[in-house]
Design a protein around this ligand. Structure first.
Ligand code: TXA
Ligand code: MG
Length: 429
């Protein structure tokens, strides 16, 4: 893009508390508000920012970035090819990777599936999804649906497949934006392709400055990893991507007891060894090399760190309590012999999201050699790890570290840990 054409990117703040009120539009007392609802807009800057963004989304072709509860999305009117193509251009995303279509209500989705025939059929969403919809929508779950014929969606959305992914997000900002735009919104994560997904407005600006006009800033995302993508059109149903809803949660739903995990994701060496960076296709990757230590594998030694970092500044992401006991980081109280370093304040887990790195120096006991390090401690809680994962990788990148050693977590629980480890294994490939 030539400098004269550079677009000025604005961050517009939206406080969810100032948007206004959601009112159920459904006359059926049994059905939930998400079936169909109206928005009584507040008189606030937040509401005005939303209205402006919705108008741009509906009428223009540059994508609009907005927060969801999972990660920030880069949205466009899913029915217009020019708008959808602009998403791929801004992200530099390969055209064969389909986008998720976001809806504000079940009625909006049903209307799209029903098409212009004005059919009164209510069962346009396959029954298999009903228990999931009742339980997880609005929320971090994407379902695959057959593409209606004729399809009102731009063909670029689903990359030529016979299905498309649909999701109703839980974020009130996302819901209000889609409702106001009154179009289905195609939105991938708002990062530059190959980078970690953005969980704050600043991350989007960092990656896409000058490639879009508006970034709605709703603060840090609550979940921190993307939605779980499921396909219930085949039997047994499958999970295509682990995400904010765990497999164990899916299995509690009727028809989903035997859901099969269909994404490729294996712990290397049976989960014992560190995962060294390779030359494969990149995903979720910071600039620094990521070295993932699977849970229960041995920690890096000083020599490992020196070799990988070439003695330059190195980053560490800690999760469980295990790495706190390692020599290189040991707190003086847990290692009375005074091995390694020390900075007891490292134990403070990051507060809601935005991971902050701490500067420390690690020492080689034998030779007294030193390497400077930046350490982020996400704490032992799985949800906190998910929430802070992508921002830690970005934060350590911003510190210019050469490599990032990450303490993996156990992903045998069928919860969001599976998504965390899936992203980390890809980042370390
Ligand atoms: O949480 C999320 O899902 C975020 C926020 C913005 O909603 N969006 C997101 O979109 O992660 P994206 O484009 O980064 O990931 C979409 C995923 C990809 O893995 C894509 O291959 C899959 O969904 N997908 C979309 N449509 C599909 C289809 N028809 N068949 C199979 N996979 C599909
Ligand atoms: Mg993505």
């Amino acid at each position: 893009m030539t400098p004269s054409k550079k677009i000025k990117t604005k961050i517009l703040r939206v406080d969810p508390a100032e948007i206004g009120h959601i009112e159920s539009a459904s006359t059926d007392k049994e059905s939930s508000w998400i079936q169909d609802w109206n928005l009584k807009l507040g008189d606030s800057e937040s509401a005005r920012n939303l209205v402006l963004a919705a108008k741009k989304l509906r009428e223009e072709s540059l994508p609009v970035a907005f927060p969801t509860e999972t990660v920030y999305g880069l949205g466009a009117d899913a029915t217009r090819s020019d708008a959808v193509k602009a998403i791929f251009t801004a992200k530099q995303r390969p055209a064969d990777n389909p986008l998720i279509v976001h809806f504000a209500s079940i009625k909006q989705l049903e209307d799209l599936l029903q098409g212009p025939s004005n059919s009164t059929s209510k069962d346009v969403i396959p029954q298999i999804y009903q228990p999931l919809i009742d339980r997880f929508w609005p929320g971090p779950l994407t379902i695959l649906l057959p593409l209606p014929t004729p399809s009102p969606l731009a063909p670029e959305v689903n990359a030529g497949l016979a299905t498309f992914g649909a999701r109703i997000p839980a974020s009130p900002i996302a819901l209000a934006l889609i409702h106001l735009a009154n179009v289905p919104v195609a939105a991938p994560s708002a990062n530059a392709s190959t980078r970690p997904s953005p969980t704050a407005a600043g991350h989007v600006l960092h990656d896409l400055d000058g490639r879009l006009e508006i970034i709605l800033d709703g603060g840090p995302c609550d979940v921190g990893v993307e939605s779980t993508v499921v396909d219930g059109l085949i039997s047994p149903p499958v999970v295509l991507r682990p995400g904010g809803i765990g497999v164990d949660e899916l299995r509690t739903c009727a028809g989903w007891e035997n859901v099969v995990v269909a994404y490729e994701d294996k712990a290397q060496d049976g989960g014992k060894g560190p995962r060294a960076p390779g030359m494969k296709y990149k995903h979720y990757s910071p600039r620094a090399q990521v070295i993932l230590h699977e849970v229960n594998s041995s920690p890096p030694t000083f020599a490992d760190v020196a070799r990988v970092s070439g003695w330059e500044t190195v980053g560490f992401v800690r999760t469980t309590n295990v790495w706190r006991k390692w020599k290189l980081f040991s707190d003086s109280d847990s290692q009375p012999n005074g091995n390694g370093i020390v900075d007891t304040s490292l134990l403070a887990a990051v507060s809601h999201q935005q991971a902050k790195a701490k500067s420390v120096t690690i020492h080689d006991e034998a030779t007294g050699a030193q390497i400077s390090a930046q350490v982020i401690d996400l704490g032992p809680n799985v949800r906190d790890v998910a929430r802070g994962l992508f921002s830690s990788l970005r934060e350590l990148d911003s510190k210019g570290v050469k490599a990032i050693f990450v303490e993996g977590i156990s992903d045998g629980e069928g919860n969001v840990a599976a998504a965390v480890m899936n992203r980390l294994r890809k980042a370390a490939q």
